[in-house]
Design a protein around this ligand. Structure first.
Ligand SMILES: Cc1cc2nc3c(=O)[nH]c(=O)nc-3n(C[C@H](O)[C@H](O)[C@H](O)COP(=O)(O)OP(=O)(O)OC[C@H]3O[C@@H](n4cnc5c(N)ncnc54)[C@H](O)[C@@H]3O)c2cc1C
Length: 490
């Protein structure tokens, strides 16, 4: 099937082995399509990959798996494909460290409400979260059944109308209100609002004043779903889905795509492959470059530049000095970080029993924080290195204050990453990550979709509808597969 120049023809060629490419490929292979997937790196996963450095393994970016229970998209896909994923439940899913207090975001709803009510006694956290639960429950009930977006076929319109009516009947009108309007009667202190906004940043990529309550409710209540840590790293979960794709070529970047008869030729260092259908698992800004230096039709599709976030990261091994049962995921809030513009960072520790990420009494640490891309542009090598050192020191000083065990613990080499690092290792254009924010003005109708101006060329990943993390990318991949295989039961 796969060979040298101009030999191979598959039904569907997928460019990129991130979450979107792999999930779409696994579903299409399950539906009987002949699928070939090209991944530039020698490991799958992209922003959800697990890389090795000096024999130690680290999660590149993503660390939290949400929604493995079967009615939800990832659980549903795992069940459809007969996969048992290497994942371990975590509860509380997240501990939030404010400068003077902390809040544990528990699986149990009453426990979560008690934590927030105790931390913010002047605010009405309980009233807010009860409204969020109602909307989120209604949204999770329909999310796995969304038709391709925007709908085109009569059947798809009918399904969209049916699901919207169900969302409103079960979730009420709050789903259609701007988040800030729903929040305002419940929020009385600036501390509470700042805390909510940092929580929304990791799930909606935007603060409450910019998003709908529909997406805010999903973001604020995600810890009350089953939340997991991936054993062996997030890359192990991607690999589990990829087992269902017969042809996966790692270390094989697609350099150029051109029309060939009624299909496409994909040029790689290993040779040229052809396929009638192509799925691009690239960010929306990078996809055009595969068709030539300036492909005017795809250029037009790009959303505006200012919609983009980058990430800065720290990766290191730390001696396992932590109390047993300590939370694996932490969000630490602080004053503005001058190196990134952010007000918080997210820290994940590997599970102590994870033999790949936690060898011989050590734990693998991934820290990530949002950053404005502009703060990293045009820097000379020396200035860039100094900036990374200041970033490291800023984060570590706040880490030691919030989780003092880190201060005395033995630490390995600290790898500092920036948008340049993401651009290099995940090929995200300019280092942009995390998808396009779910802003009111864009979502859903101005959000990019899986369709491209080219016949039988599609997009998948976190910069196409509905974006945002594994659940969003899974929903987007399911919509695309429903379009390509209208008869498939997902
Ligand atoms: C720091 C950080 C933390 C995050 N935390 C979480 C979290 O805890 N939970 C969560 O659900 N989500 C999280 N996310 C979001 C999540 O990681 C992403 O939304 C998701 O992984 C994006 O998947 P994607 O399909 O868009 O692919 P990408 O991650 O963009 O991967 C694309 C892949 O395509 C490959 N590729 C690109 N061009 C080519 C080419 N020409 N030829 C061959 N291969 C190519 C790349 O090498 C890459 O492997 C986080 C993201 C970041 C950056």
């Amino acid at each position: 099937m796969v060979g040298n120049k101009n030999e191979a023809t598959d039904d569907v060629a997928i460019v990129g082995g991130g979450v979107g490419g792999v999930l779409a490929g696994a579903m299409l292979a399950h539906a009987g399509r002949s699928v070939i997937l090209f991944e530039a790196m020698d490991y799958l996963g992209g922003c959800s990959g697990t890389f090795e450095r000096d024999g130690q393994a680290y999660n590149a970016g993503a660390t939290t798996l949400i929604g493995l229970e079967p009615p939800l998209p990832l659980g549903r896909l795992a069940r459809l494909l007969g996969l048992s994923l290497p994942a371990h439940p975590v509860d509380p899913a997240l501990k939030v460290h404010l400068p003077d207090r902390s809040v544990r975001m528990c699986r149990n709803r009453e426990a979560l409400l008690a934590e927030f009510s105790a931390a913010f006694p002047e605010d009405d956290a309980e009233g807010l979260w009860r409204r969020a639960f109602r909307v989120a429950d209604a949204a999770w009930n329909i999310i796995g059944d969304l038709p391709p977006f925007p709908p085109r076929r009569t059947k798809e319109y009918a399904q969209a109308i049916r699901l919207s009516a169900r969302l409103l009947a079960e979730g009420g009108l709050d789903a259609l209100r701007p988040a800030r309007r729903v929040l305002s009667p419940h929020v009385r202190t600036g501390d509470f609002l700042r805390c909510l906004d940092q929580l929304l940043l990791i799930t909606n990529q935007a603060p409450s004043r910019e998003v709908w309550f529909l997406s805010a409710a999903l973001g604020l209540s995600y810890t009350t779903l089953d939340t997991h840590t991936a054993m062996g790293g997030m890359g192990a979960v991607v690999e589990a889905f990829a087992q269902k794709i017969p042809n996966v070529l790692k270390g094989t970047p697609v350099r150029r795509i051109e029309r060939q008869g009624s299909g496409y030729a994909l040029h790689t260092p290993r040779g040229t492959y052809s396929a009638p259908t192509v799925i691009l698992n690239r960010d929306i800004w990078g996809a055009a470059s595969l068709f030539g230096p300036k492909e005017p039709r795809m250029e037009k599709e790009r959303p505006e530049q200012h919609d983009r976030w980058g990430a800065a990261t720290l990766h290191f091994m730390v001696g396992d000095v932590f109390p047993s049962g300590m939370e694996l995921h932490h969000q630490i809030h602080h004053d503005q970080n001058p190196e990134t513009g952010s007000h918080s960072f997210f820290l994940s520790l590997s599970h102590p029993d994870d033999r790949r990420l936690s060898p011989r009494g050590y734990r693998s640490v991934t820290i990530s924080t949002h950053t404005a891309l502009s703060l990293w542009e045009g820097l000379s090598t020396g200035v860039y290195q100094e900036k990374k050192e200041r970033l490291r020191d800023f984060i570590l000083s706040h880490l030691f204050r919030s989780i003092p065990e880190f201060l005395a613990a033995e630490k390995g080499t600290i790898l500092v990453g920036s948008p340049r690092t993401f651009a290099r290792y995940t090929r995200r254009t300019g280092g942009t990550v995390g998808g396009i924010p779910l802003r009111i003005r864009d979502f859903p109708f101005r959000y990019p979709t899986f369709r491209t101006p080219f016949k039988n060329v599609y997009m998948v990943g976190d910069t196409v509808f509905p974006g945002q993390g594994w659940p969003g990318v899974a929903v987007g991949a399911m919509g695309l597969v429903r379009h390509l295989e209208p008869g498939i039961l997902l």
